[in-house]
Every structure is written in structure tokens, then in C-alpha cells.
Design a protein around this ligand. Structure first.
Ligand code: PLP
Length: 394
């Protein structure tokens, strides 16, 4: 195993950013392809900059984010946060006490790490279920989570969603929906209602997932609950600052579901072409992915022996894909604890600039290369930037 800690992941991320930085510096932004589906953006209008310098700005933006946020998510009141993770932490600080329990229903484990980590921080126990028939609300449960769409874009079933809301409310427990990508995937691709319209008490989405906004968390909820969460958010500095708030508002104004719909309808061709050669590849609503287990299976099928963990394989693959083909995926640039799944999102803005055949070839070649170095730990460490040598160079 090479990547063993959050610290190793920080190193890996720094190596990736270094490659990106040097590409962008020498050949411009168009020399790289961000296919993560969370490329973000900061679509300010001319007049916005001037307002950032006055006290009037935040007042104006607050009004706009309330209106646009409610349009996007439903609910009575909106709270803009620094990240989705910040919203999750703020809600847990506000609604969960030491000794309480948090239960979580999601279409497929694992949950985003911010949920169990925040539970631990307040001294709450945490249980998660991906089988709705096992899901239970206990005596001590003070908050129920539902994940609308997982980090790997597995989307919740609407019937199960409603069942969990009903169960929670029978026990008088509020429901918080982690709808980071789900607020768009669930509604645009699967035509599900907004979380707040299915009885949720709180919902949060990431304004850089499947839309071109800044990384930030947009939360909607019933007014009294939002007020409690907001109070905690302000105490601990978790709220979004005015420049982020205005960029979120502009991104919501610009949001068009067409790119998501088109990716959903056109992904099959690319996915099928890859599947012929790479049986472990899997479909997602707007693209395809390889899970860490998939890389391990491909090594096994090719008779490659390796001392790398399945996650290491995914990290090395993502770094090779970046280094050799300038394609950015989450395992290369993601934060510690983020999913190690290599997911290509064809709804990404940059996906329109890369030919499908080129993408297919890049993926196949990179897998081939991974096979050729997977048994050489030193070579893999060098790719990840975790070797002694690479660290000295930094
Ligand atoms: C991305 C994501 C988050 C966290 O978003 P951040 O911007 O990293 O805080 C939380 N939950 C799910 C399901 C996600 O996909």
C-alpha cells in the first residue's frame, strides 16, 4: 500500500496540481481537460465586481441567493455555505448532541466522509444503511440523512426516499438530504421532485457539481431549522463569503440542464466501446467509471502481480491519465477521503472539447500503462509523488 494517510493524499494532490499548473502556464487552459464534472466556475457579471467593494453588495446578493436558491432547491429559506461539507458540519452542530445517534440511508455505501466525521466530532454515534429494509430510526436518533446521489453517482430510488422520510417523521426526527450532485442528477435525469418537495427538512447541494458555479454549499430548509444551522455556521466561520455568494447566484441563473440530458443520451457509445476491452468499466448517469475494485480485477485478469492496494491502483491510473493525456479526474486532484473512483463525466464543460475516440484511446492506453508498472512499487510512487526523490524535488 502506498497511499496510507490523509497526508499521502495531500502529497498526491500537490503533484497533480503541479502538473496542471505547468500545462496551463505553458499551453493555456485549453491544454487540459477537466472531466470531473465539478470544474466549477466563477461567472460574475461586470457590475458584480464594483458591488463586492461596498456594504450594499452582500445585501443585494443575499436577496438574489434567497430567490434563486429557493427556485433551485425549494424550501422556505436558503443558507449559502463555504462547502457542502461545511453545511453538513453546521447542521450536525446545530441539531445533534453528544450521545445522540445519526442514521443515514443511501443508495450505496460509503457516505461522504464529512457525515461520519462530523458525527464523531459532536460525540454522536453513526449508522448507515444501503438496504432500505434494514433502515431503522432509534430512540436516540436526532437526525436522519438521505444521500440523493452518491459520490459515484448512484441515485436514490424515489420510493425508498419517501419511505425513509415517512419513517423519520413518524419518530419526529428531521431529515437532511445530502443532494451534492443529486439536486441536479435526480431531478434532471430521473425526473424526481426536489428533496424539499418530498418532505425533507433540510437539503444541501454543491454549486460546482453538474453546474458551472464555485465550489460551495447551497442549503435550503424550513425557516426555523435554517436559522439554527445559520447561527452555528456563523459562529464557526462556515458560511459563504459575498464573492462566493454572488458567483453562486450567477451560476444558478446560468444553469441549463441540457448538457446533463445530452450526456445521459450520448454516453452509451463511449461506454460500450470501452466495455469490450475493459469489462470492469461501469456506467454512470452521465458517463462511465472504474472503481478501485475494477482496477484490481483488471490486474488479476492480466496476471499482473502487485503490492499496491486497489485504491493505490486508482490513484496511479488517475495520475497517469493526467500526466500523459492531460485529463483531470477526481482521484488525482481530490481532497483526502474523496472517492478513489475514476469517473469520467461527459456533462463536464471540457467534454465538448475532446473527441470521443481520443478519450477512449487515452483510457485504454493508460490502463495498459498501469498494468506495465503495477508490479514496480518505486515507479508507482514516482507517479504519485510520494517517493523520497519526488519529495526532495518539491
Ligand atoms: C461532493 C460531495 C460532498 C462534499 O462536497 P464538498 O464541496 O467537497 O464539501 C458531500 N456529499 C456528496 C454525496 C458529495 O458528492
Amino acid at each position: 500500500m502506498i497511499i496510507e494517510s490523509s497526508l499521502d493524499e495531500v502529497k498526491r494532490r500537490e503533484s497533480a496540481l503541479k502538473i496542471i499548473r505547468s500545462r496551463v502556464r505553458s499551453n493555456g487552459r485549453t491544454s487540459i481537460y477537466d472531466l470531473t464534472g465539478l470544474a466549477g466556475g466563477f461567472p460574475l457579471l461586470d457590475g458584480d465586481m464594483a458591488l463586492l467593494e461596498t456594504y450594499a453588495g452582500p445585501a443585494v446578493f443575499e436577496d438574489e441567493i434567497q430567490r434563486l436558491g429557493r427556485e433551485h432547491l425549494g424550501g422556505e429559506k436558503i443558507l449559502a455555505l463555504n462547502r457542502t461539507s461545511s453545511g453538513i458540519l453546521a447542521a450536525i452542530l446545530a441539531l445533534v448532541q453528544d450521545g445522540d445517534e445519526i442514521v443515514h440511508y443511501l443508495p450505496k455505501s460509503p457516505a461522504h466522509p464529512s457525515i461520519p466525521r462530523s458525527a464523531e466530532l459532536v460525540g454522536a454515534s453513526y449508522r448507515e444503511f444501503d438496504d432500505v429494509n434494514q433502515f431503522k430510526v432509534g430512540e436516540k436518533t436526532s437526525l436522519v440523512f438521505i444521500t440523493g446521489s452518491t459520490m459515484d453517482h448512484q441515485v436514490v430510488d424515489e420510493t425508498n426516499f419517501r419511505k425513509v422520510v415517512e419513517l423519520a417523521h413518524e419518530h419526529g426526527v428531521p431529515v437532511f438530504v445530502d443532494d451534492a450532485s443529486g439536486a441536479r442528477l435526480r431531478t434532471v435525469v430521473y425526473k424526481q421532485p426536489r428533496a424539499m418537495d418530498m418532505g425533507a427538512d433540510l437539503a444541501v447541494t454543491s454549486t460546482d457539481k453538474l453546474m458551472d458555479g464555485p465550489r460551495g454549499g447551497l442549503m435550503a430548509g424550513k425557516e426555523d431549522i435554517i436559522d439554527r444551522v445559520k447561527s452555528k455556521a456563523l459562529q464557526f466561520g462556515l458560511e459563504a463569503q459575498p464573492p462566493i455568494v454572488v458567483a453562486m447566484a450567477r451560476a444558478l441563473e446560468n444553469f441549463k440542464p441540457e448538457r446533463i440530458v445530452e450526456a445521459f443520451h450520448t454516453k452509451d457509445e463511449t461506454y460500450t466501446a470501452l466495455k469490450e476491452d475493459i469489462p470492469s468499466i461501469m456506467e454512470t448517469p452521465t458517463g462511465f467509471m472504474m472503481k478501485p475494485e475494477g482496477f484490481m480485477a483488471e490486474m488479476g485478469a492480466a496476471g499482473v502481480e502487485t503490492c499496491l492496494s486497489k485504491k493505490d491502483l486508482a490513484f496511479v491510473f488517475a495520475m497517469l491519465l493526467l500526466e500523459k493525456h492531460s485529463i483531470i479526474t477526481i482521484p488525482a486532484v481530490g481532497m483526502p477521503g474523496a472517492s478513489a473512483t475514476v469517473r469520467i463525466d461527459l456533462a463536464s464543460k471540457d467534454a465538448s472539447r475532446i473527441e470521443r475516440q481520443k478519450l477512449i484511446d487515452a483510457f485504454k492506453k493508460t490502463l495498459h500503462e498501469l498494468k506495465s508498472i503495477a508490479s514496480d512499487e518505486g515507479a508507482c510512487r514516482a507517479v504519485l509523488g510520494t517517493s523520497q526523490d519526488a519529495q526532495r524535488k518539491n
